[in-house]
Design a protein around this ligand. Sequence first.
Ligand SMILES: *[C@@H]1O[C@H](CO)[C@@H](O)[C@H](O)[C@H]1NC(C)=O
Ligand SMILES: *[C@@H]1O[C@H](CO)[C@@H](O)[C@H](O)[C@H]1NC(C)=O
Ligand SMILES: *[C@@H]1O[C@H](CO)[C@@H](O)[C@H](O)[C@H]1NC(C)=O
Length: 493
Amino acid sequence: MALYFYFLLTLLAIASAFSTKPNFVFVLVDDWGYADVSFRNPAIHSPNFEKLAKEGLILDRHYVFKYCSPSRASFLTGRWPHHAHQWNPPEDALVGANLKMTMIPAKLKLARYKTHMIGKWHEGLYKEAYLPINRGFDTMSGFLGGGENHMNQQVGCATDFWKNDGPDSRNGSYDAYTYRDDLTDIITNHNPSDPFFLYLPLHNVHTPLQAPDEWLNIYPANSTCQNRRIYQAMVSVADNVTGHLVKLLQDNGMWDNTLLVISADNGGAPCGGSNYPLKGSKGTFYEGGVRSLAFVNGGLLPTNRKGKSTQGFIHIADWYTTFCQLAGIDHDDSGSGKFPVDGMNVWPIINGENEKTLHEQIPLGYDFDYGNLRPNQGALIVGNNKLIVGPQDTKSCDSIMYSPLDYPCTDGPKGDDCDPYCLYDIVQDPNERHNLAKEQPDVLKDLLARYNKYSEEPRDLQDQGYHSIEALPTDSDACRYMRENGGYWRPWK
Ligand SMILES: *[C@@H]1O[C@H](CO)[C@@H](O)[C@H](O)[C@H]1NC(C)=O
Ligand SMILES: *[C@@H]1O[C@H](CO)[C@@H](O)[C@H](O)[C@H]1NC(C)=O
Ligand SMILES: *[C@@H]1O[C@H](CO)[C@@H](O)[C@H](O)[C@H]1NC(C)=O
């Protein structure tokens, strides 16, 4: 018996030495609020998310940029947002994520991964070189810009729907449903003995607020807050697609070897999403803008971590290094014309070996918010302390500093606006109610000195010159090109 057992152990050891590399599946839910999930708000119908989170590990200190495109760039390149870029361009903009940086799918291809993307890109489209299939993805289906009509995929003067290297003519149905079909296609056709990387940046629950009736109808109508009802239904759709994804991974024998990461790209948007009880929303450096709803699951998560929550600080840039190291490849990507990788391997936080914060400091953003024409805006976390520099967004709806758990449709009280500084102890005071900037001048001085160090770094040229978030013109050269070339957004330079 003992001999047999020993024999079995030896076999197991050999099997694990030769076992396939782990699969990585990264689901990014767009504009998803901290409280927009059933385990934080029972009014939301999200059984799949709830099960994955409750039986998985909740990452309660997972940080992202305050809006869309930079968070994605940070994940894909492993750099702090301000080392990748901090713009949020419309479809016709002449920008794209720095081509010198090796994106995570290209890295994983070095370890023979099959790499797929389904969903929203938003990292440049004006030149072919910026397309997902030219940045390391074997396949891509979805759209190239930052937002569009969910029902017909129109944005500005053209349709944005793309598959690999050309337009996808399946435009005209609810986008998340098309992505659900694509998941079936990609996963059922995958040979489970090949390592697998899937990036699934869903367009839900980003504006325009649109949801299919079958999901809208599960929520009671509310004439005073119709936005919230649609938003809730959109979360339910994202939940359904994610549930479908998990079932496919299980049915195809891939789940046991998978690390599934689910996160929002930034906080919930005002007048729809809820970041209760956190302060602020998408577009601000308050916790409601940058501390994302996030959790992990999958067979790779150690059993003793299931059903837990961690306070270990993680930044979205960290997945790059973590995935590389778990795949057995070097995460280094240094070279001229680019910042080196900033992310760290956070597997010790995930597996519980060491939940202490690995980063000496986490810069959430630095001084590049030219798009909103707000000079000198940024934020930095050092230990328990967080510095916010510059006035935070105070556009009409954004002025709700503390949205209620549900129906965040009404105007609310304004908070302090961090002009010039806010200093919070985000561990003792997670909802940022006590600005310590005056009470703790020494701490403020230390954090400011660290923050200002970033000004000595060389900057990405695109970041200096580009002003983002302008209305999309319908009569631009780009638009004329799209009209003359089939009516789909595509590279035009
Ligand atoms: C409808 O929305 C209002 C706030 O806009 C909220 O007070 C009320 O509870 C909501 N009604 C229902 C049925 O949820
Ligand atoms: C997703 O929704 C469809 C209906 O549109 C339903 O048949 C299916 O069971 C749902 N899947 C999951 C995993 O929730
Ligand atoms: C798909 O987009 C193309 C290009 O804009 C357009 O001509 C076509 O009518 C669209 N189809 C549907 C079903 O919306």
